[in-house]
Design a protein around this ligand. Sequence first.
Ligand code: ZN
Ligand code: ZN
Length: 355
Amino acid sequence: MNSQHPKHQENRVTQQGTQGNHGIIEAMNRWSGIFSKLFLPSNIGSKATIKQMTDENAKVLSMGVYMGRRTAVSGANPYDGGTYEGHTMKDESTGTLWAYETKFPDGFEHVDVEKFFISLGHVFKCHQCSGHGKIRCQKCGGKVRWNDGGGAHVCDCGDGKQDCPECSGFGQMLKVLRVDTSYYFDEITETEYSGALPGSLIMVNSGNVIFRHISEFKKLVIAEALDGFEPDEFNRLKIDMQSELKREVAEKVAGQLVDPNILNNLIDDYCNKLPNPVTANKRLQEEVLPVRIKCEVTDVPVKAVKYEYKGKDYSLIVYGNDGQVWVDGNQPAEFTWKVATILVIVLGVLWFITR
Ligand SMILES: [Zn+2]
Ligand SMILES: [Zn+2]
């Protein structure tokens, strides 16, 4: 979404000759060197006179939370009757999936991590073998010895039975929760820019980060919040982080934005929609957990350029750290070496086929 705030906009206009515009000239030369731009003179940056250059830098504002997500489905594992070594649910009515082997990854990458079982402490007889641990051998159908046209066969099962695949031969099953864990970055972005360049071209990765704020939800507080805290505890935690972030925005970056309210609104909107894990989670089925928040402001260079070539005025926009060119309107067109190359090839082919 583009935001228009022309009354605050103070673009820096520089009017100069070709000196001092090195990056722009390079960008225009690269752009005009592309072969498919047949009629565009090569090295246009060096040949043209830059008459005006306006800084109309775009800001990309982003706000997001690195979320942990743990899901569980109930199932059963073969049980040998011994002591269960894994995790055991203490109390199904108050338990949380985050009470077990929780290691928060650093950074903001999407990762799929811990998979494990939690025993629910309930043992039952295997349905498939009725608790015997053995089922009929599937290879011989229980016959062990049989005769066909080719002769006598003896099955290596010995007694016509095989271990039950369901319970691995133990005859008993233990009720468990199968737990999956993943972490992902949930982010929203907004662009502050009022120029002609289409918003879709303004990419975070083509600019420079000028503000970054990261804060961690305190791990202990999170775990406690889930394990019997009131929902208000989490809300208080969230409000604290939100005001800390906005204080830092006011101190460090607000002065560089045309309208700091856009960023403040983005922060507020995001924080308001952030789920409260205490109330939103479906306990022991799907539980999300906010790990850390990140707020960034990226400055994407955008320069509106007016130039003259052979007595005529043209304009274009150079944007991004790598100097991409965007045009909306006429550009110089003439007979170029690229056209000449095409003509030579065409004439060559014509000569060849009409020979
Ligand atoms: Zn057999
Ligand atoms: Zn079984």
